[in-house]
Structures are given as C-alpha cells and as structure tokens.
Design a protein around this ligand. Structure first.
Ligand SMILES: *Cc1c(COP(=O)(O)O)cnc(C)c1O
Length: 495
C-alpha cells in the first residue's frame, strides 16, 4: 500500500475510564484539613455513582488520546459533497471570543447590547447584498430550519391572499431535507425529474405546476453540482400560476458574488452560514440557516427582527403578519459573529472563494474521470458526482472504495446521494485545498481502483488501519445501545 497521510498507523489505544484506575488513586493534592473531622455516612457514601479512581496523568492522557481520534477539516481533506467542509479561519474564533461578544447575555438591556445588535443588523445587510435579496432573518438554527421557515412563509403568503395550497414541487435533485421540511408544513411534495443534463426543464415544471401548488423548492446549484440554468423560465411559469419560488442556497459556495438570486426569480432563499460562511459544523451544531426574502415577503419574516431608529439598534416584534418566533432569543449569535468576520475579512474577494471552489471541483472531476465513472460528463459547479459503475463488475461497491479511503488518510465523500445516480460518490473539495492535496486525493483513489482490480476482497474488509473497522450501520440504527450500564458493570469487576 502506498504511504499517505493516514497510513502511519500511529493510533494510540485507549480503554474506557471505567476499565482504568485503581481504588483509592487520586488526581489532585488537597490542602491540609482545617476543620474538624466528620465521618461520612457510610450508607450514603456507598449509594453514589461508582466513578473510577484515577490519577491526573491517566485523565490527561485519556482525553488527549481521544482527541487524536477525531477527524476534521483541521486534520485533513474532508470532501463531503453538499456539506462544504471548508477550512474555518481561526481569526473567526478569536473575534467570536472577544469579551464583549462572549460575555453578552440576551437579557442585557438594549443600550448595553448595541455591538451585538449592530453586528446582526450589518450581517443581514451583507447577506442581502451577497444574495441579491431584500430582507433577511438570522433566526433559523440550521439549513433545514430555514427551509421550514420558508415553507411557513409560503403558507402565510397564500393565506394573506385568501387561499390555501396543498402541494409543492420538489425536483429529484433536491437535497433530502427539502421534501421533509415541506411535509412538516402539511405540503405534499410532488417530484419532478431532471433532464439528461441533470437539470430541470421549464416544460417539466410547467406540467406539474397547477393552482393547488404553493410553488417550487429548487436546490441551486443542485445536488449533482449543476446550476439550474433554466431557473428564470421556471420562475416565470411558477409565478404565472400564483406560486412562489424557494431556492435552497446551502450550496451558495459555488456562486458567491456571481449570481444574484433575487434577480433570477427567487422569492425565498436560505443560506447555511455553517457551510458557505466558514463557521464550524458537524456533530449536530450549532449552526445558522438565515432566510432571505424579496421585499413583498419581508412582513412575514420571523420576529423579533433587528431594527434601527435614531441611531439605536433594537429588537422589534411589531410585525403583525410575521409567522412568529422559531428559536430562543434571536438564533445562534456565536455562529453569526464568525460569518460576519469571514465576510469582512474577505470583502470583495468572496467571489474568489466560489471561483476557486468551482475550479477545484472541476480539477478533481477531470483527474478522476476514467478512474471512476463520471455520472454527467459536463462542467460542474462546487462538486462532482461519480459512481461505482466501472467497479461493480469486479464486485466492488462505492462503500468498499470510500471505506478504503480512510486507510489512505482521507475522510470519505458523500455516498449513495443524490439518488438519481446509482452508487453515487459525491465529491466537494472546497476552495480550501491546494493542488498538492487534491493530487494526493486523486492518487489515493487511483490506488484503490487498482486494488479493486487485483484484490477486491481487501476492499470488502476496509478500512484496515482505522480505530474501528467497518461498522454494522444498519444494526446500529435498528438496534441502538444507548446506555453504558454494561460498561459500568464491567468496571466494577476489575476495580
Ligand atoms: C446541508 C444542506 C441542507 C441542510 O442543512 P442543515 O443545516 O444540515 O439543516 C439543505 N440543503 C442542502 C443543499 C444542503 O447541502
């Protein structure tokens, strides 16, 4: 096997804390007792949890070793399609930790919160400018919550016109959260298929759009990594029949400073600050999925909203048509600060982010083409989608190949999504990776494909050099073990 970043094998083992330690061992030095001795009630003392007794070195090593098992963008390339796992600049963290931000409390009076409120006010203006939309709410805590907010606004808009529509058009290349968010609002998703170019045609949308359809949710660029080039015509058809156009802008990383969503017929759009705007993500949050709308839908945005009058920023809930509040206080402010910092530190260079992200994706696409089967052979945006079509006859699957990538030191890409490509391998390198790193990634895939031809059984067992081997994911989902009771019992035996 070729030696790459992840193949050194230096992964330290670490048992559970319950399996370590010795009765009576102590992690700190207590000062001499200066009060009278008082015996602890034996019965009470014995009824608490049976924590292991550990020394300081054991504890420090335990957690430090565990921390080395983590893989993240600070460790290596993380080409997870549709997730934009880009580098999170450390200056963002430093500024989010400024005492004025870190120490702010939502119950502070308005006069003492002017800095935070101004940051939020400005960030809304920046995002409106970047997307070409008119008004923004920073409240949604994730992309999916942004979608939900958007669908509630669709509903409020139609209701304000005295009607209720029950369906929503969702293309087969949409992100999976789209139909889920729509269904949560009581809308029935109607699937529309993309064409041979991997995008929607105006005709396909026209034939699905009727007077009972609230509108359409388009992921743009879509999950095949293509820009919906017919979006203006699609928007026209939807608007003509009284509907609204929602754009899932979680993939805005491909078009920052290049496409003004407001100008191509989009009425409502969400962004993912925790993708495009470099705030850390993964592991369940926190995130932020700001919602951007055109002028006519602004009255429906969630409250409270940041407003400014006579030079003073404040929060206002005085918007009678608002759909209401979606998150405690005003959303995840710490995430907003990081995105604010990212935007200000790049300024007009933001456009270059997208240009480089697209360049990197196309570089990987061209280099891997031929090694892997390219699902749609045309220029892509921020990501490219391959499949296991060439390896399937060797009895090697997408899962086998990406698990083997772990042995080569790379996080696997998104797989088996989008559903329109069988055995999909969806790669999004982002702009953060340099050419040498991309070349190593391509080289690793090249090696894996050679292995697939020579010894497919090796790949069936991959990963071989990671902390845990191939997991039974179905078993874990269907039959989860959510307690550590068994572990504690074992700990007692060895105490
Ligand atoms: C990530 C993503 C979402 C969902 O965002 P969350 O913050 O995970 O809820 C929605 N749409 C697209 C296209 C995405 O890539």
């Amino acid at each position: 096997m070729k030696e790459l970043a992840g193949s050194s094998g230096l992964v330290l083992n670490e048992p559970l804390l319950f399996e370590r330690g010795k009765r009576g061992r102590f992690g700190m030095s207590m000062p001499r007792r200066d009060v009278e001795y008082f015996p602890v009630d034996e019965e009470l003392a014995g009824s608490g949890p049976d924590f292991p007794d550990l020394g300081e070195v054991e504890v420090v090593r335990h957690y430090t070793r565990l921390s080395t098992w983590n893989f993240g963008v600070d460790t290596g390339m993380y080409p997870l399609g549709s997730c934009t796992m880009k580098y999170n600049p450390k200056i963002n963290e430093k500024l989010a930790a400024l005492p004025g931000f870190a120490g702010a409390h939502p119950f502070l009076p308005t006069e003492l919160s002017q800095g935070v409120l101004k940051m939020m006010f400005d960030l809304e203006r920046f995002l409106a400018e970047i997307t070409g939309m008119d008004a923004v709410s920073l409240q949604p805590a994730a992309g999916a919550q942004g979608e939900l907010t958007g669908m509630l606004i669709f509903h409020a808009y139609h209701r304000s016109r005295g009607r209720c529509r029950s369906k929503i058009i969702v293309p087969d290349t949409a992100h999976g959260t789209n139909p889920a968010s729509a269904a949560l609002c009581g809308l029935t998703p109607v699937k529309v298929c993309s064409n041979e170019r991997g995008v929607l045609s105006v005709e396909a949308v026209a034939s699905a759009m009727d007077e009972d359809t609230a509108g359409i949710m388009v992921t743009n660029p879509n999950t095949l990594g293509f820009f919906e080039e017919n979006i203006r015509g699609i928007a026209e058809v939807v608007h003509d029949r009284g509907g609204l156009v929602y754009a899932d802008g979680a993939n805005m990383n491909a078009v920052l400073g290049i496409v003004k969503m407001g100008a191509i017929g989009i009425d409502v759009l969400h962004l993912n600050l925790h993708k495009t705007f470099s705030t850390p993500h993964g592991g369940g949050g926190p995130g932020a999925g700001p919602l951007c709308v055109g002028e006519s839908l602004a009255p429906f945005l969630p409250v409270p909203r940041v407003v400014m009058d006579s030079g003073l920023f404040r929060l206002s809930s005085d918007f009678p048509l608002s759909i209401g509040q979606l998150h405690a206080f005003y959303g995840n402010v710490g995430i907003m600060i990081r995105a604010y910092c990212y935007i200000l530190s790049l300024g007009s260079e933001l456009k270059k982010v997208s240009q480089l992200a697209v360049l990197n994706a196309n570089y990987v696409k061209e280099k891997l083409k031929g090694i892997l089967h390219l699902a749609y052979d045309r220029a892509c945006m921020h990501e490219c989608v391959f499949s296991d079509k060439l390896q399937a006859p060797l009895n090697v699957s997408t899962l086998d190949m990406v698990k083997r990538l772990i042995d080569y030191g790379f996080h696997p890409p998104t797989i088996y999504f989008p559903l329109v490509v069988q055995g999909a391998i969806m790669i999004e390198p982002t702009e953060s990776e340099c050419k040498e790193e991309l070349d190593l990634f391509v080289e690793a895939f090249g090696e894996i494909v050679k292995e697939a031809e020579k010894s497919p059984e090796l790949l069936h067992n991959a990963p071989l050099r990671s902390k845990v081997r191939r997991l039974d994911e179905t078993g874990a989902a269907r039959n989860p073990r959510l307690t550590c009771a068994g572990v504690i019992e074992r700990g007692k035996d060895t105490a």
